[in-house]
Design a binder for this molecule. Structure first.
Ligand code: KG4
Ligand code: ZN
Length: 376
């Protein structure tokens, strides 16, 4: 089994989750398996990532152009034990050193979620340690509190305090949320059809650029002219904070269908990607602009605008949001690139944040394929 992206980081910072008595930081083992990454991490309450292993299944799904749930579940079964053991080894810890076990309990592909969740349950039961059922979206939403920086200065760590305005954009979700506290989310807007990540993936598929589409479209866009083609900005002439991306996808399909194959060269693809990406960036900034005028947001008065989820890796989205935050006298924060896409560290961190407020699993629970943040 190949493991990539082994990260050891020491981000500094502080949080008051401490052992009563010996004042040592609390260590949490977090497990993520909701889509196509089997990942585990050990994170402590002083914001140190002691070890982090991400086993990406992307090569296994690439030939199908997307994640195949049954294959993903089987791959998680084969990988999960080794990923956990490697994580302990890299952290130079044994399971006895760990204080809290956390795992994704939804939302996601249920076969995969079950694998990580049952592994965590088994470890917690066998070692009599507290178990935390982490909502995957809450993992994305809270990881900027573990470590985050601005888009233009990735070295300075920003302390993200509640409440904050969150743009959560991943392969499965696209939402604007007010994050009031751990477990307290207010939905301000969301997509009515595709997620932003899905839109990137579908555009890449149309252009035969492979899976996942986000990184390749982002890279191509850097080489292209965003003004060459005009894609629609759905809902941007309407009030509110909801999104719609399916119209952009249809316009892209129509443009491709009417373009003679001989005209589809490298420059065409780069310009196509840049023009598409600009339409997504414009939709996101337009909707966030409206969110800032929303009474609920104004009343909460968040000081920080945050982007999280796999799409938060997108350089143009990060830059545009940073600019909007600046104009609105807000701080801007984004997780480091390695903590945007699915990872175990965000689950371990969300586990610690939930442990701090006593949200420990006390009786058997059923993992959930759907689990909105507003139902925590
Ligand atoms: O959060 P994530 O790892 O998985 C879900 O929870 O869904 O997000 C994966 C999504 C994919 O759709 C992928 O294409 C997108 O994040 N993505 C990007 C970039 N990197 C990953 N989208 C745009 N630009 C990127 N650089
Ligand atoms: Zn995710």
């Amino acid at each position: 089994m190949a493991t990539d992206n082994i990260i050891r980081m020491n981000m500094g910072g502080s949080l008051e989750i401490k052992h009563t008595g010996n004042n040592k930081p609390v260590l949490c083992l977090g497990i993520e398996s909701s889509c196509d990454e089997t990942s585990a991490a050990i994170v402590d309450s002083d914001k140190n990532i002691l070890a982090h292993i991400i086993y990406s299944q992307i090569p296994e799904h690439q030939k199908y152009g997307g994640v195949v749930p049954e294959l993903a579940a089987r791959a998680h079964i084969l990988a999960v034990d080794e990923v956990i053991l490697l994580t302990l080894k890299h952290a130079k810890k044994t399971i006895d050193d760990i204080n809290v076990i956390a795992a994704t309990a939804g939302p996601g592909l249920i076969g995969g979620v079950l694998v990580g969740w049952l592994a965590a349950t088994g470890i917690a039961n066998a070692t009599n340690k507290p178990l935390i059922a982490v909502n995957h979206l809450e993992g994305h939403a809270l990881v900027p509190r573990l470590c985050a920086a601005s888009a233009s200065d990735s070295k300075t760590n920003i302390n993200v305090e509640f409440p904050y305005l969150l743009m959560l954009a991943s392969g499965g979700h696209c939402q604007i949320l007010l994050v009031h506290n751990v477990g307290k989310y207010e939905l301000i807007g969301q997509t009515l059809d595709d997620s932003a990540g899905e839109a990137f993936d579908k555009i890449a598929k149309m252009l035969n650029l492979g899976y996942p589409g986000g990184p390749v479209v982002d890279n191509r866009a850097k080489l292209g002219n965003a003004k060459r083609f005009h894609f629609p900005r759905p809902l941007c002439d309407k009030p509110g904070c909801d999104f719609s991306f399916s119209g952009i996808k249809t316009a892209a399909r129509m443009l491709l269908d009417k373009t003679p194959e001989s005209n589809i060269d490298e420059q065409f693809i780069n310009d196509f990607c840049a023009s598409f990406q600009l339409s997504v960036v414009d939709c996101i900034t337009n909707r966030l602009h409206n969110a800032l005028k929303d009474e609920r947001v104004k009343n909460a008065n968040p000081k920080t605008m945050v982007v999280a989820g796999g799409v938060a890796k997108n350089s143009a989205i990060r830059a545009a949001m940073e600019e909007l935050a600046k104009q609105s006298n807000m701080l801007f924060a984004a997780p480091p690139m390695s903590l945007c896409t699915d990872n175990g560290a965000m689950i371990a961190w969300a586990g610690l944040e939930n442990y701090k407020i006593g949200k420990i699993v006390t009786e058997p629970i059923a993992p959930r394929p759907r689990w909105p943040l507003t139902e925590l």
